[in-house]
Ligand binder design. Structure first.
Ligand SMILES: *[C@@H]1O[C@H](CO)[C@@H](O)[C@H](O)[C@H]1NC(C)=O
Ligand SMILES: *[C@@H]1O[C@H](CO)[C@@H](O)[C@H](O)[C@H]1NC(C)=O
Ligand SMILES: *[C@@H]1O[C@H](CO)[C@@H](O)[C@H](O)[C@H]1NC(C)=O
Ligand SMILES: *[C@@H]1O[C@H](CO)[C@@H](O)[C@H](O)[C@H]1NC(C)=O
Ligand SMILES: *[C@@H]1O[C@H](CO)[C@@H](O)[C@H](O)[C@H]1NC(C)=O
Ligand SMILES: *[C@@H]1O[C@H](CO)[C@@H](O)[C@H](O)[C@H]1NC(C)=O
Length: 585
């Protein structure tokens, strides 16, 4: 997520020193929330704690900042405007009734747009059953709803099958240049041949609220079991997109919108049906993973990976697709530089069956034995970026290709230059976290929201117990180490909201050309116990092969989760000593 940047100031900074405590500015408990918020979300399958995302965005003129959060009751999304320098509330919050997830936020000079999911009004023809939430985009101007546009449900890519989103786990972006919102999110189809299966969708909406179908950019069905999305605006569609699928790879799929082999394979990952190591954050984590360097064409992507060895053919997917064993038990932080939205700098990941080395293309930021998670990236401008992650020491990774538990060892902030090289060693913080979008502010700082709390990553959420809060904190990192620098935002190169390139509003004819996996699972786990029973009852023996516009259902039977995937009750946790070691230390 990128706000406005004063480029001249930033390039003058050109900082080459490592980040230190003086670069980190904390605004603890600065925002009083009008409603209660539960800051912890249990992850898919494991039930381990994740930060519940609180989307944050700043307007092009740098003056209006907004933070969105899900009500503690898990229905209704509240959007609070905050002062862009003090982060205190300005005005009363707007409640988007019925919203089930704060799924993405864009700030405008006169309001905001929110991506959420909600049940359709009862009696809606062809709505999904059981009030399953459907993705929806809201636009508010001066505190009032201007329009509301469904991004799934009846009438949306009907010939490809109707889609709902029990769990969005995606992102919303906007380009001033094109005047188009882009939303990339997880779906499950409830009609058509992919009914009951999980995939993802990319939808574009014009400034006036019209859903536009753009050939080569919109997508009714893309990556299988997407367990992580990275999405960032470009000057025109298609916007830059990355998916972490559950068949063995992470794809830069700006060109394909799916997981076809003519996309760019950024990484081989050890996967299992429904998961890929939470490489792009897993539940509630699909934000600020792909960041554009100011107005340049370049992007930086950050994720976590166990590495990849011993590539074998993925016979289910066929030619060009591989499975990998993980090189390590823990996950380390990886970055990739893109020279433009379609192109990775350097080699892509190997697809050579039999290759022992499947991760030599990766630029690692860490290489220790701590487990790293919650990786995010943002840029300070054209020449410098920030990558952050959390670590746990002595990780126990109970489940294949999922997250781990252990003793929280800190949040790390690493400066990275325009060539993707680490600048100095990372700054470690034990009382700040990243729990919402990292935004480049008008004065060049990168700021984000979090909740001030004890962050315990040693046990599943059900064992920890949850607590609600009415207080939010913000933290910022600046390169010059002095907060409160006031830079006029008028120097920033923000183009007008007038669309400079008219979107093509033709119907996309390209067929989704990949198979989806055979075993489908719900991606929402509210409690550990619920997750287990839901998984156990949702294994199917059918698979979808979507090689033409009309996906064909096969009856191939495929194994369910391997035995070792079955979660068992957690044993009592040992009291891990805090060793203060970072992966990169
Ligand atoms: C958090 O708030 C919700 C909604 O009011 C409530 O159901 C839940 O019990 C609260 N949790 C705790 C730990 O107080
Ligand atoms: C809304 O915008 C779209 C795309 O620019 C355009 O095709 C359509 O005519 C507009 N609708 C109205 C009512 O202005
Ligand atoms: C993932 O790695 C595990 C070992 O940790 C291995 O048993 C499994 O076969 C791998 N998955 C795939 C799809 O190759
Ligand atoms: C990896 O570890 C080695 C040995 O400790 C160290 O020299 C190197 O700088 C580390 N690399 C990264 C990316 O942390
Ligand atoms: C940003 O950096 C790139 C490559 O380093 C350079 O080509 C480009 O001119 C720069 N853009 C601006 C606006 O400074
Ligand atoms: C691979 O990762 C799994 C967890 O996903 C772990 O149990 C296993 O030990 C790892 N394998 C190696 C070789 O580290």
């Amino acid at each position: 997520m990128r706000g406005v940047v004063a480029l001249s100031i930033l390039s003058a900074l050109g900082a080459s020193a490592a980040l230190t405590e003086s670069n980190l500015e904390k605004h603890a408990d600065v925002l009083a929330l009008s409603h209660s918020f539960n800051p912890v979300k249990d992850a898919y399958w494991t039930g381990y704690p994740h930060h519940r995302r609180t989307p944050f965005a700043v307007s092009p003129d740098g003056k209006s900042a907004y933070v969105a959060y899900l009500d503690a009751s898990e229905t209704d999304v509240h959007v609070q405007q905050v002062d862009a320098s003090t982060f205190k509330a300005t005005g009363t919050s707007v409640t988007v009734s019925g919203g089930k997830e704060a799924g993405g936020l864009v700030a405008h000079n006169d309001g905001f747009a929110l991506l959420t999911n909600e049940a359709m009004p009862s009696g809606t023809t062809n709505a999904p059953s059981d009030e399953t939430p459907v993705p929806v985009l809201y636009r508010y101007t001066d505190g009032e709803q201007t329009w509301k546009t469904w991004l799934g449900g009846p009438g949306v890519h009907e010939s490809d099958g109707l889609a709902a989103s029990p769990d969005l786990n995606g992102d919303l972006v906007y380009s001033e240049q094109s005047g188009l919102y882009g939303a990339y999110f997880v779906i499950t189809d409830y009609s058509g041949d992919a009914a009951g299966h999980f995939g993802d969708s990319i939808e574009y909406v014009a400034d006036n609220g019209t859903l536009v179908t753009i050939a080569g950019a919109s997508s009714a069905w893309g990556c299988s079991h997407n367990t992580g999305i990275a999405f960032e605006a470009a000057d025109e569609p298609p916007y830059a997109s990355i998916c972490a699928e559950d068949q063995g790879a992470i794809w830069l799929n700006t060109k394909t919108q799916g997981m076809m082999t003519d996309g760019v394979k950024l990484s081989n990952e050890n996967t299992t049906n429904g998961a890929g190591g939470e490489a792009i954050g897993g539940m509630s984590g699909s934000y600020s993973a792909l960041a554009r360097f100011a107005e340049s064409s370049r992007y930086l992507f950050a994720w976590v990976s166990r590495g990849a060895i011993d590539l074998t053919e993925n016979s289910w997917m066929g030619d060009g697709y591989t499975n990998a064993q993980n090189r390590t038990n823990n996950r380390n932080v990886a970055i990739a530089l893109l020279s433009d939205k379609y192109t990775k700098v350097g080699a892509e990941a190997s697809s050579e069956v039999g290759a022992e080395d499947g991760d030599s293309q990766i630029t690692w930021l860490t290489n220790g034995s701590n487990d790293c998670s919650n990786a995010h990236a943002a840029t300070f401008g054209n020449s410098s970026a920030l990558v952050t992650w959390e670590e746990i020491s002595d990780p126990i990774c109970d489940f294949i290709a999922m997250g781990c538990r252990g003793s929280f060892a800190g949040t790390f902030y690493q400066q990275v230059d325009a060539q993707g090289k680490a600048v100095g060693s990372p700054l470690k913080s034990t009382d700040t976290y990243v729990a919402g979008d990292m935004v480049t502010m008008a004065d060049g700082r990168i700021c984000w929201p979090y909740v001030q709390m004890d962050w315990d990553l040693s046990q599943p959420v059900y064992a920890l117990g949850a607590s609600n809060t009415t207080s939010m904190s913000f933290a910022c990192l600046s390169l010059d180490g002095s907060s409160g620098t006031s830079v006029s935002s008028s120097s920033a190169s923000v183009s007008s909201a007038v669309a400079s390139s008219a979107p093509t509003t033709s119907v996309k004819t390209k067929a989704p050309a990949v198979k989806t996996p055979a075993v489908e699972t719900p991606s929402v786990a509210t409690t550990h116990a619920e997750a287990v029973s839901a998984e156990a009852t949702s294994v199917e023996a059918t698979s979808v092969e979507a090689t033409s516009a009309a996906p064909v259902v096969q009856s191939t039977s495929v194994e369910a989760f391997p035995v070792e995937m079955t979660p068992s009750p957690m044993p009592p946790m040992p009291d891990f000593p805090f060793d203060g070691e970072g992966c990169a230390a």
